[in-house]
Design a protein around this ligand. Structure first.
Ligand SMILES: Cc1cc2nc3c(=O)[nH]c(=O)nc-3n(C[C@H](O)[C@H](O)[C@H](O)COP(=O)(O)OP(=O)(O)OC[C@H]3O[C@@H](n4cnc5c(N)ncnc54)[C@H](O)[C@@H]3O)c2cc1C
Length: 284
């Protein structure tokens, strides 16, 4: 199925972009994963027309509005966007979607990867239990988790493999299945050796057949390596166009101020620019 635009993120920037994209009659898919900054805002009082609203309520209303306008919404982590010369393929867990343009509205989530993690992706390191779990049936894997869905994913893997779980940052692990072994150590880097995949931690090295790194977000260098990033923010021009032709970005990920009104305004501009880009490409 080909979309005109895929929007990564369903916070204020992504929802606003989706509404405008639908007003321009673009076939629109919005993909979101974990809660963004907006859902963490207890009370927002400076967004016009919505006084004293919680972030969660704001997201509920705007997502409903976006769905009523005809946008499609999918929950899942966007792992990779690949430019295909005029269109983009977008990997969401184990599904691939195609679109003429992309709007990134991923918020500020900065992802610090483990040393060698990105180089070893697909060579013993995986980001997706559902996609790659079966390759490790009957073997041993380590899940490096940081909350969100990492506990659920580890429990899923424990049905088919032997699982060890290592927390990357402090989070609730009480719902891990009893047959999962907890590694009480801080992960730093990954190495591939004759013994298998090694997770090098502060205290010890832990060996397994595979390592699953499950985070609620993905590093921009992994998502779309061609993207120009300046001082931690995605570089955009006044039309919210990034350096990659056909890819636009909006909201907290393009820089300060981190405010809802800015995010929605930029989402609106990004969608108008995507619409213009698609029409121009069709006429070429
Ligand atoms: C505690 C707190 C209080 C705040 N109070 C206020 C306030 O009072 N007023 C104000 O104006 N602003 C406030 N803010 C800031 C405001 O919440 C942000 O500016 C706003 O949410 C930015 O919107 P966004 O859409 O850019 O990002 P977010 O709201 O962070 O949304 C990001 C979206 O991207 C998705 N995502 C990220 N990566 C991926 C991926 N790889 N695949 C799929 N989906 C992905 C997430 O799931 C999420 O849906 C507050 C923020 C916080 C944390």
């Amino acid at each position: 199925m080909k979309y005109d635009v895929i929007i990564v993120g369903a916070g204020p920037a992504g929802c606003s972009a989706a509404l405008t994209a639908r007003q321009r009659n673009l076939k629109t898919l919005v993909v979101y994963n974990a809660e963004g900054a907006m859902e963490k805002a207890h009370r927002v009082d400076n967004y016009p027309g919505m006084p004293n609203i919680s972030g969660k309520e704001f997201i509920k209303i705007t997502r409903e509005q976006m769905l009523e306008a005809g946008a499609e919404l999918r929950k899942g982590l966007v792992q990779k966007i690949v430019p295909m010369g005029g269109s983009f393929s977008c990997l969401v867990e184990n599904d691939i979607y195609e679109a003429s343009s992309i709007i990134l509205a991923c918020g500020t989530a900065r992802v610090r990867t483990l040393q060698n993690e990105e180089e070893l992706l697909g060579q013993g390191v995986s980001y997706c239990a559902t996609c790659d779990g079966m390759f490790y049936r009957g073997k041993t894997v380590i899940v490096v988790g940081s909350g969100g869905e990492s506990v659920e994913e580890a429990n899923y893997l424990a049905e088919i493999t032997k699982v060890k779980y290592c927390s990357e940052k402090k989070h609730d692990t009480s719902k891990l299945n009893e047959n999962i072994t907890l590694i009480d150590d801080k992960p730093r880097s990954i190495e591939k050796s004759d013994e298998g995949m090694k997770l090098i931690c502060d205290k010890l090295e832990h060996v397994a057949d595979g390592i699953f790194v499950i985070r609620p977000a993905i590093a921009l260098t992994q998502l779309l390596p061609e993207l120009e990033v300046k001082d931690g923010s995605v570089y955009v021009d006044k039309d919210m166009a990034t350096n990659v032709n056909g890819v636009f970005a909006a909201g907290d990920m393009v820089g300060q101020p981190f405010q809802v009104a800015k995010a929605t305004g930029e989402g609106n501009i990004a969608a108008l620019s995507a619409s213009k880009y698609i029409k121009q490409a069709e006429n070429e």
